[in-house]
Design a protein. Structure first.
Length: 435
């Protein structure tokens, strides 16, 4: 009878070291396997657990800023060294962590000053708390938006301690609506929010930043996506046509905004961060508000963002992974796709695709691209390889769009597709089993 006794948790855990997990997690896997009456499942459980850890993946979805894949890809390495995070090397005295990257960002969008917080939602919260707590903020009814992931303008506004004054209607808001609100309420800020992930079309009217700035209250604009300059001087050619109409920090300030607020990891192409840029006096008020401490970024983020902003100032868009992907010539992408397909068996086709900027920016905008199409649903097989390759499904076919893949990773895509073709058991080539 002794050979039917389950193994001890410890000895089973000790046999799972190939999964690379630390011992306490192996013990969990062993315990679960034994409790399920299936000790032989322990390694599979440990491996599944290991795959919940953060790791690099290949984004072949064609969504350049994929929120589930960390939005903008950024390269950053930092040695285990001390950093002059809050020390002025000029005076030897304590400085501010906002004195390093903020001024670079201000330079890049021609603002008087800028500071960095954890994300754009935090930046909006801080700006409204610092400038409008206990007073009123006017917002067009067409801009009381939800951006996804729970960022709802009325809710953030309430958290800031400011009172929302809704102005105009969903589709049409005029300057007179704002001046009417100013006559009745103590308006501390006129807030404009970029609609980001949706559009109102048809019988519409909106108030421009330059019109708004003729009123008394400072105009704060949440442009969301973080395009620094509509002229895109960091690119070799003219700005891509798909960007047209996207608000940019520099031009929004030039139009009269007192502050612009934007994300670090959308069109800016940097790490997750939120930026407040504009009039020095207002930026200072944000910086000295007690919430600023709670919302401040760490040295890792500032180091990474500094690298991104220096690339902008050097006009080197190719050094920013997002702009490198976004500006790639479709013909070059097609050549890459051809060279992968040439090494694969028939059945994998090179096809024209439509990539999208993603990240809640530029809805209904597509960027011409090329990719590989395979009959059948191979998403899971590709996802379970190392590194995981993330594709998309359309009409029962698997698509790998190469615009969102760094050319340096083409070899990984090829190897994964070769593995697929040698392991026919991984997927049903006739098509997906579920519609
Ligand atoms: C994306 C977005 C946000 C939220 O940005 P996070 O950096 O994700 O916090 C806020 N406002 C607008 C207009 C956005 O587009």
């Amino acid at each position: 009878m002794s050979d039917t006794r389950p193994p001890s948790v410890d000895s089973l855990a000790g046999s799972l070291t190939q999964s690379g997990l630390p011992h306490p997690l192996l013990v969990d896997a062993a315990r679960e396997a034994i409790a399920a009456g299936d000790p032989s499942s322990a390694l599979r459980r440990a491996e599944a657990r290991a795959r919940t850890q953060l790791r690099p993946v290949v984004n072949a979805t064609g969504v350049l800023l994929h929120t589930n894949l960390g939005r903008a890809p950024v390269a950053h390495s930092q040695l285990a060294e001390a950093q002059n995070l809050e020390l002025s090397l000029a005076t030897g005295k304590r400085g501010s962590r906002q004195a390093t990257v903020g001024p670079l960002l201000a330079k890049a969008c021609q603002a008087e000053a800028a500071i960095v917080v954890n994300n754009c939602a935090a930046a909006v919260l801080l700006a409204l708390a610092a400038l409008a707590s206990g007073r009123a903020v006017s917002v067009s009814r067409g801009e009381l938006v939800e951006i996804g992931g729970g960022f709802r303008v009325p809710d953030v506004l309430a958290q800031s301690g400011a009172e929302l004054v809704e102005v105009g209607t969903t589709n049409r808001t005029r300057l007179a609506d704002f001046s009417g609100a100013a006559a009745k309420h103590d308006i501390a800020v006129a807030l404009q929010v970029h609609q980001s992930n949706y559009r109102i079309t048809g019988f519409t009217e909106a108030v421009s930043v330059s019109q708004l700035s003729t009123l008394d209250a400072p105009v704060v604009v949440d442009i969301g996506s973080g395009l620094l300059d509509a002229a895109c001087p960091w690119l070799d050619g003219p700005p891509p046509t798909w960007l047209s109409g996207e608000p940019a920090a520099k031009q929004t300030l030039q139009a009269g905004a007192a502050l612009v607020i934007f994300s670090g990891d959308k069109l800016l192409g940097g790490p997750q961060a939120g930026i407040i840029a504009g009039k020095a006096e207002l930026v200072k008020r944000c910086e000295s508000h007690p919430l600023a401490r709670a919302l401040r970024p760490g040295g890792l983020v500032l180091g990474s963002l500094q690298q991104t902003v220096l690339s902008y100032l050097k006009r080197d868009g190719q050094a920013i992974p997002f702009w490198k992907m976004a500006s790639a010539d479709p013909q070059d992408i097609q050549r890459r796709a051809n060279s992968i397909a040439a090494k694969l068996a028939d059945g994998v086709e090179v096809v024209e695709t439509k990539a999208v900027p993603g990240g809640g920016t530029l809805p209904s905008i597509t960027i011409p691209s090329f990719g590989l199409r395979l009959p059948g649903d191979h998403l899971e097989a590709l996802r379970s390889g190392e590194p995981p390759i993330i594709g998309r499904i359309e009409d029962g076919c698997t698509y790998l769009d190469l615009r969102s893949v760094d050319p340096g990773n083409d070899q990984l895509v090829l190897s994964a597709l070769l593995r697929l073709s040698t392991d026919g058991s991984q997927a049903d080539p006739a098509g997906p089993t579920t519609p």
